[in-house]
Design a protein around this ligand. Structure first.
Ligand code: UD1
Ligand code: MG
Length: 450
């Protein structure tokens, strides 16, 4: 059976107190909406329809960034969850498969839960995802009779007996798409909130004699994010889970609770991560590497046996070949560092390529930006760059070349050549002593005057 995802993402999230729509706030550096899309991807959906409202342009951009085939529809006024789903009607016109409705603000949903919902669809016309709530608070209550779901009552509309039920509505459901839209067409807004409740489709389906059930999942999967505190807590849960997975995979985390991971961080076996390392999006570290303390990595690839840090910063487009050494206070951006090459101290290498076994001396800088445009620096293999060399891009240094310490390189250097560009030193005998005497006398005069 083919599936279409309908992801509700129109809400404002007032309690986030933010100009950014709630569903774009990140957990582990990935927007909540994208977490929902990735979980939904487990069903290999034929269509994904995201219902946007608040901050629709930004939501559209984030959606299409993740999946350019996804459709974004606009819910101009947020008149309720049924009204939200109804916005997907046109996009799924004539679609013969199932529709699965997800919320963009429930990032912990597990793919397996969606699969169980789809399986239950084989026997039931409408499947709702429920959970047993430790504190049912304001959730909608699921009124069951055996395996059959009779109706969902919103807390605001529930009587005392119904409020005593702890089996609650997560909001997610699965139903044949055309059936779902025909049920929604009958939903009204005569309730305490004056909203079109998606939950009303249950009673309407029952009246039509359709079979309705609820599948249960762990409450932790349905946790929604409504405030910054929820967001921080959700991130913490994600981090704990991701660290445990890495440890299981054979990665050493010296102080796991101090390592911050992104949702897509990939780290190979026998790699050692020292304390206080931050992974931004898009990082792959191969096996047998070491990321030393206080390093910050994003959008980069670190090959086997490389050692990075302490205090290193790898920015997007960094590609480290095997056995490289990137040392303290070194920043690398959009640059390939060849096998066995070393950039050990206090350097900036940006928009560059560095050949195998090349050594970049302390304090070297690729001057890649002229204030308007960026330019590339190309350094061959087995090159020795002397300390404090300024490489004014665009510039190319051939294999086996060398630069003298303090050189400002403005012209290409041919292979095996030495580039030297600095003032010639002159020593003036006895001058230092004279100068010291003069300065000390001056200081003494000033102290007397004061
Ligand atoms: C909903 C359910 C409730 C369930 C709870 C679980 C209904 C009527 N109620 O209540 O039974 O226990 O979720 O968290 O469905 N949204 C739109 N457009 C709208 C309204 C909402 O896109 O017009 C989106 C929101 O952005 C959010 C989701 O739908 O992602 C749920 O909306 P929300 O207002 O949080 O519903 P609840 O009152 O929590
Ligand atoms: Mg809610």
């Amino acid at each position: 059976m083919s599936t279409a995802l309908i992801i509700l993402a129109a809400g404002k999230g007032t309690r986030m107190n933010s100009d950014i729509p709630k569903v774009l706030h990140p957990i582990a550096q990935v927007p909540m909406l994208v977490h929902a899309m990735r979980t939904g991807a487990a069903l290999a959906p034929e269509h994904t329809v995201v219902v946007a409202g608040h901050g629709a342009d930004a939501v559209r951009a984030a959606t299409q960034d993740e999946d350019e085939t996804a459709t974004v529809v606009l819910q101009e006024e947020q008149l309720g969850t049924a009204h939200a789903v109804d916005q997907a009607r046109q996009a799924l016109e004539g679609f013969p498969g199932d529709a699965v409705v997800l919320y963009a603000d429930t990032p912990f949903l597990q793919p397996g839960t969606l699969e169980r919902m789809v399986e239950a669809r084989a026997k039931y016309d409408l499947v709702i995802l429920g959970f047993h709530a430790a504190d049912p608070a304001r959730y909608g209550r699921l009124v069951m009779q055996g395996d059959s779901l009779e109706k969902i009552v919103e807390f605001k509309d529930a009587n005392d007996t119904e409020r005593a039920i702890s089996f609650c509505n997560s909001g997610l459901l699965a139903c044949k798409a055309d059936t779902l839209f025909s049920l929604i067409a009958e939903v009204g807004n005569a309730n305490a909130a004056g909203e079109y409740y998606l939950t009303d489709v249950v009673e309407i389906a029952r009246k039509r004699g359709l079979k309705v059930t609820a599948v249960s999942c762990d409450e932790s999967e349905t946790l929604g994010v409504n405030s910054r505190a929820d967001l921080a807590a959700a991130d913490a849960v994600f981090q704990t889970r991701a660290r445990a997975e890495l440890l299981d995979l054979g990665v050493t985390l010296m102080a796991p609770e101090t390592v911050y991971l992104a949702a897509d961080t990939v780290i190979g076996r026998d790699t050692v991560i020292e304390p206080n390392v931050v992974f931004g999006p898009g990082v792959t570290v191969e096996s047998g590497a070491t990321i030393r303390a206080f390093s910050h990595l994003e959008g980069c690839h670190v090959s086997q046996g490389s050692v990075v840090g302490p205090y290193a910063r790898l920015r997007p487009g960094t590609e480290l070949a095997e056995n490289t050494r990137i040392g303290n206070f070194v920043e690398i951006k959009n640059a390939e560092i060849g096998e066995g090459a070393k950039v050990n101290h206090l350097s900036y290498i940006g928009d560059a390529s560095v050949g195998a076994e090349t050594n970049i001396g302390a304090g070297t800088i690729t001057c890649n930006y002229d204030g308007v445009m960026k330019h590339r620096t190309t350094i061959g293999a087995n090159v020795f760059i002397g300390s404090n060399t300024m490489l004014v891009a665009p510039v190319t240094l051939g294999d086996g070349a060398m630069t003298a310490t303090g050189t400002v390189v403005t012209q290409d250097v041919e292979p095996d050549a030495l580039a030297i560009a600095r003032a010639v030193q002159e020593n003036k005998p006895g001058y230092a002593r004279k100068l010291f005497q003069m300065l000390r006398a001056k200081k003494a005069r000033k102290q007397k005057e004061a």
